[in-house]
Design a protein around this ligand. Structure first.
Ligand SMILES: Nc1ncnc2c1ncn2[C@@H]1O[C@H](COP(=O)(O)OP(=O)(O)O)[C@@H](O)[C@H]1O
Ligand SMILES: [Mg+2]
Length: 357
């Protein structure tokens, strides 16, 4: 039997669950003249959700991950490359007559795909503006959808790129933008701060974890054939350990499923899977831990103890220090904020907890 769980890459089809409400909202937004901003911590399922919502639409779509470019010109070149995947060369050639800098095309002999670049010395902003104008032109007949994934990277790409982008985008009438971002505080700075050029530029949507009932149903269906006697507690144990985090739930379920297939005893199987996975990452966790300062380690240790708040004054650390450590740890992706602060990776949390025993 094939393992029915998947983690790490974009999920679709039988690996995708729930998100009905969010899919509906996405559909409504891209059918309107508005832009969408989708925020959640890493690995909550933003990219998967957007891919699912856009699949099968009869509209032109391009998707770019800003982590894969290092400057404005590369961003422009990548957008252009995506356009060449959507349209025949002949068609694009005719609508590119407004370009003030001519891009260079070459064929990559390894992939036989087209590589596009701009000569060094081109004006970055002009190059980007010309490409975005091309997208706007192409969208006149059929509204374009442009997805910019990991959009918070815009801030570190080039100074004032946000201002420049915004000034072009606000004039466009035939493009829906979808901005995805994993670093919540930075995304909030970009879209929620009054001074930011992108202030209230799109409809803001936060993607939560997958609801408990839905994940229960999803796991139960898949474990039924392999786990006849302890089905309910097994599913509960998985979700209680991962707190319904989409990625870590799939990862743990994957492991448990493999162990059940090997006919390991059902009793305490989740516990054993957790130990195996924590052990598996020991090397990485050790490295992460060694790179942290003492305060961060201390805060993380406190977070592993359920029900205890790191803000508790009796613990001897000033509130401002706790707060800045939590901010730093959130920015680095170690900590996420739900109702309270929690460690993002439950296996790392277990690893830290084990150290203190
Ligand atoms: N709707 C979903 N149903 C089931 N699992 C999901 C879902 N969304 C995300 N996941 C799990 O989370 C992982 C990360 O999803 P991804 O879309 O890459 O998140 P993000 O873009 O927010 O980092 C996936 O590989 C999958 O294991
Ligand atoms: Mg993603």
């Amino acid at each position: 039997m094939k393992n029915p769980f998947k983690f790490g890459t974009v999920v679709e089809g039988e690996f995708f669950t729930d998100r009905e409400k969010e899919l509906q909202m996405l559909a409504q937004t891209i059918n309107s003249e508005n832009h969408l901003v989708l925020i959640s911590p890493r690995r909550f399922g933003k990219t998967s959700l957007v891919c699912k919502a856009l699949k099968g639409l009869s509209r032109p779509v391009i998707m770019i991950n800003l982590q894969s470019v290092t400057n404005t010109t590369e961003l422009a070149a990548l957008l252009l490359k995506r356009l060449f995947k959507l349209y025949p060369f002949e068609k694009l050639k005719h609508v590119m007559n407004h370009f003030r800098f001519i891009p260079t095309f070459s064929v990559n002999p390894m992939t036989e795909g087209i590589e596009i670049s701009f000569q060094p010395g081109c004006d970055n902003n002009i190059v980007l503006e010309d490409v975005l104008t091309l997208i706007e032109k192409l969208g006149e007949r059929n509204r374009f959808i442009v997805v910019l994934d990991e959009f918070q990277e815009i801030i570190s790409l080039e100074k004032d790129l946000d201002k420049h982008l915004r000034s072009i985008m606000q004039m466009q009438r035939h493009v829906n933008y979808i901005f995805l971002g994993s670093q919540e505080s930075m995304m909030e700075e970009i879209f929620e701060k009054k001074k930011s050029p992108f202030y209230h530029f799109g409809i803001l949507m936060r993607l939560p974890k997958i609801p408990y009932e839905d994940f229960t149903r999803y796991l139960t269906e898949r474990f039924t054939p392999l786990c006849p006697s302890l089905l309910e507690p097994t599913v509960q144990d998985i979700l209680s350990f991962t707190s319904c985090h989409p990625y870590y739930t799939q990862q743990l379920a994957f492991q448990v499923w493999n162990m059940l297939e090997r006919q390991e005893p059902e009793a305490n199987i989740v516990q054993h899977a957790v130990e195996e996975l924590t052990q598996l990452h020991d090397f990485d966790y050790e490295r992460m831990w060694m790179a942290m300062n003492k305060t961060d380690r201390h805060i993380l240790m406190l977070l592993t103890q359920k029900g205890k708040s790191p803000f508790n004054a009796q613990r001897g650390i000033p509130t401002s220090t706790v707060f800045s450590a939590l901010k730093r740890l959130s920015r680095q992706g170690y900590v996420i904020k739900n109702e309270s602060y929690e460690i993002d990776d439950p296996f790392f949390s277990r690893w830290i907890y084990n150290r203190s025993l």
